[in-house]
Write a new protein. Sequence first.
Length: 243
Amino acid sequence: MMNIHILSLFPEMFTGVFNSSILKKAQEKNEVAINVVNFRDYSGNKHHQVDDYPYGGGAGMVLKPEPIFNALEALPPSQGPTRRIILLCPQGERFTQKKAEELALEEELVFICGHYEGYDERIREHLVTDEISIGDFVLTGGELAAMTVVDSVVRLLPNVLGNAESHEKDSFSTGLLEHPHYTRPVEFRGFKVPDVLMSGNHAAIDRWRKEQSLKRTFTRRPDLLEQIILTSEEERLLKEIKG
């Protein structure tokens, strides 16, 4: 079972997300245990202050090191050989499906969600093993980013999804965007499901899906094609798509 700890000033933000859908089921199946900690409780001062003015001047407030260090030290002893401590930060590594797959192999993850202008650098230097950003933009705090990363990681754990192959063909898992999907009815308001999907010809369906995946990637995210090695068949299909 994976253990996830989240250090946040607003633990109530996680209630709805972690008690719904796949994340709720994953906890019920004992595939993951999620512990949300309010690090204000570990501020070490009577006013429960967790931020202060930056040395050297400047706008905004900076998250103090004491609450984070104290909260981490108060966590139960690590259950695995390693404890990945992840700082949600706009300056961090861009989060990808590959990173989610890497983190899904861990036994224990800790996420630090901050607010204010930034973090005392000693938090980064002496505690953090990973810094993650979910995009080139700034959020009010790290909570939404933590929810995103946790959801992406937990769905990859064994027995979490109903179909074990569900995540293997997701967009980005193969390096390409996923092909289109259709379901009943066959015709809806004049729009029909492609004939090939109802043909029963699995080889033709596989070829169509691969072609559509390549087409979507080429038109929407051509940069992804530069990062993967295509098979000879995919090269041929891509050539046809480009015309």
